[in-house]
Design a binder for this molecule. Structure first.
Ligand code: AMP
Length: 190
């Protein structure tokens, strides 16, 4: 079983690469951002709550995020492994994920991080906003806030996984195929 945390700032290409890698390695792709957007679309209670944070570029509180993620992992009990995309984003989430994996006699095998300069991220997200329909991609202020939240709250997780010798940084600039190759070079060693 391979469990991978696909990491990187907003706009780094995590979702795009996760879609390719899940087919290539037969893994289940779990994106907390997609789960929240699904709930928003269906106007659930969770969706209404999540939207109030997402529209400002803030993180949704750990408690609800962790509960939602755990339920999705449980739903996929027979999985060959998971690609976690957009989770964990805080130390509490990382600790909870380690506990969850442990309870399944499993573990996170690697954090693979897509590294992309901030100005390229802003440019990519504004461009995505033209077609994605995501309100958090449409406003440069919200985009910059999401990048700031990444550095303030999420980037520290590099240390968390590095301390376990599980961190792998990959250049996130290039064609989709080039980046898949770089990620695969790491995943194939796991
Ligand atoms: P993403 O699709 O990963 O860019 O996430 C979009 C938004 O959903 C983020 O800006 C957060 O508001 C929220 N979100 C997604 N994943 C998480 C998470 N693990 N913890 C807290 N908030 C999250």
């Amino acid at each position: 079983m391979k469990n991978i945390v696909l990491f990187g700032p907003p706009g780094a290409g995590k979702g795009t690469q996760a879609e390719v890698l899940k087919e290539k390695y037969q893994l289940v792709h779990l994106s907390t951002g997609d789960m929240f957007r699904y709930n928003i679309k269906n106007a659930t209670e969770l969706g209404v709550l999540a939207k109030s944070y997402m529209d400002k570029g803030h993180l949704v509180p750990d408690e609800v995020t962790i509960k939602m993620l755990n339920a999705e992992v449980e739903k996929n009990a027979g999985a060959n492994g998971f690609i976690f995309d957009g989770f964990p984003r805080t130390e509490a989430q990382a600790a909870s994920l380690a506990e969850l994996m442990d309870s399944k006699d499993s573990q996170i095998n690697a954090m693979v991080a897509l590294e992309v300069d901030d100005e390229i991220l802003v440019e990519r997200l504004l461009k995505r906003g033209e077609t994605s329909g995501r309100s958090d991609d449409a406003d440069e202020g919200v985009i910059r806030n999401r990048i700031k939240v990444y550095y303030d709250e999420t980037a520290i997780l590099k240390d968390f996984y590095q301390a376990q010798d599980k961190y792998h940084g990959v250049d996130g600039v290039g064609t989709i195929e080039e980046i898949t190759e770089r990620l695969s070079a790491v995943i194939d060693t796991l």
